[in-house]
Design a protein around this ligand. Sequence first.
Ligand code: C2E
Ligand code: CA
Ligand code: CA
Length: 654
Amino acid sequence: MTWTNRRYSVLMTTALAGVLLGLAGYVIHGTLHTTRATDQQSDALVVDMLFTEARIAVAMQEVNLRHYQVEPSVAVKQRFEQVAADTGRVLAEVAGKGDPGARADAERLLAAQGRYRELAERLIAMVADSDPAHVQLDRLEVTPAFYSLQNDVDEVSRAYHEYAQDQVSALRRTQVRLLIGTSVGFTAGLILLAMIMKMMVGYQRRLVDQADESRHRSLHDPLTGLPNRDYFHQETGRAPAGTPVAMIVVDLDGFKAVNDTLGHQAGDLLLIEAGRRLHAGTGDRGVVARLGGDEFAVLLPRPGALPEIVALAEHLVAELRRDFVLAGRPAAISGSLGIAVGAPGDELFRHADAAMYRAKGSGGGVAVYEPGDDTGEPDRMALFADLRALLDAGDPADQLRLHYQPQVRLSDGAVVAAEALVRWQHPGRGLQMPMSFLPMAERGGLEIPLTHHLIGVAVRQAARWRADGRVCRVSVNVSPGALSDDAFAGRVLAALGAAGLPAELLRLELTETSIMRDPDRAVRALREVGAHGVSVSVDDFGTGFSSLAQLRHVPADELKIDRTFVRDLRDGTPDAVMVRSSIDLGHNLGLEVVAEGVEDVETLTRLRAMSCDYAQGYVLSRPVPAEDLPEACERAREVAQAALAAGAPYQRQP
Ligand code: C2E
Ligand code: CA
Ligand code: CA
């Protein structure tokens, strides 16, 4: 959840809580209010009713009094008295329960009623006595008292009736308001709740999506979109134990050539298309995964009979052999496929891998695992895992070692430098030469840590020699992929700093093709180290495909002629032509020129005659461990100086 989302949801929840609280308060307040209003209203209605009763009672008194004047019977008199008593009782009731205003009105009316009743009773007594003065009393006192009382009670009653009506409509209004307020609050609460729910659901869905996506990402190869090695292992593990499955390991043949000549992007396109063809060719019979580099695998959970599996594998090879068109340029590759059938697991995988190697050894195509395939075939997976663990741990036991091969200056035979060449002293497998683990390390993404590890070892060794008084520049081979790391230059300079070695005593050997993979980046990195004094050698010169025009832009100091051209330098041979022109080219570009793979003295003298600057090769010294280098340098110098002395005899060394 992003920050704004989080703030939004906090806001919404707070708003909902506010609305709910407000609603509750409003309802409580409203209820209290209506309760009070209802009480008031019912009081008002009671008072209204009593006053109405009083008004009627007052009128009834007068009616009975008049009746008595016409018919002065005991019954009529009693009725008058009854009604008069009722009037008093009703007014007294109001005086006892009404609000202060009503009480005052009732008390006033009560007093007037008392007066009227007294006069009326006097009148009754005079009528009973047939006293003719009763007419006088009636006209002057009783009738005015009655009218005054009646007017007053009428007015009061009307006023209270209106008041009661007002109370009724006020209560109705309050109730309507309360209803509206509650509905509005309730609706607002519902809307907020819905919004929060929606947000929660969205959030949850996003979480699930993210989890799905990262699961997908962790189990798929980003380039081809195919399942990756991890997924494949899971999938293999899911196959029910006991039922045999088939595993086909696919390794592309010729991929590296495409990658080196057409470039990285073309290589990527090739992998994508190869993955697509394998996937399409397998259909729903199995799962295709990219294991890394140019290696794929196909798992068939219900493989059927062996001939069917072989037929499928051959179909896949045919698919891979169809021409590829990469960014408009045709490219051809093939594949080596190894098949193994058996219980799912690591062993099956190793078997398929071993079979694939046999296929590769016999020029590609399909091979089915046979016992014996994996004996003698190095178990690359395990070796790779060992190397990765070794580099992760920083090689505590120094299993990765450098041997050093001296380079002599052909003008005077002095040893000026040594090339560092890696060896792996494997605890279980003995000494491993670079070709038995380097390609695998480079394909498996270990080239960066490996290169820097070895640069570290080499510069520390050179610093030790320097401390012992032997100044010797060291040339270190840089794996192609190491240059594609932006931190490359910084790490090289840091290694020099940590070892305390002057940058001039380090030379980096890079092949043309590794520079041309991403020339801009490589040139940038090499310029940066160059600015600090580190020099650069273009290794294996003559084997790459780069144009001379491109080479002009590479900040190199040395050109190293590949050993394959140095074998036969007798006049007129193609190698001699190639070497001579390479030396000229190097000099024209202002570079020093080194010939490697010099195996005999004759070649050494010919190289000098061609004005090659330096030489390196078995005739001078094989690569040796660091502690043997001083002695090896001594011998190399002797050989070189003897050879360079005029008329050196032809001498072939083993
Ligand atoms: P390279 O850079 O061309 O190294 C020269 C190879 O030629 C070395 O093989 C060396 O032992 C061999 N050599 C030296 N003199 C002669 C000779 O007179 N005749 C013949 N036939 N060979 C000679 P090595 O040590 O087996 O290395 C093979 C390749 O492995 C190297 O070729 C280089 O590409 C790579 N490599 C070696 N060490 C390292 C390293 O530390 N890092 C990297 N990235 N690559 C390395
Ligand atoms: Ca080299
Ligand atoms: Ca070389």
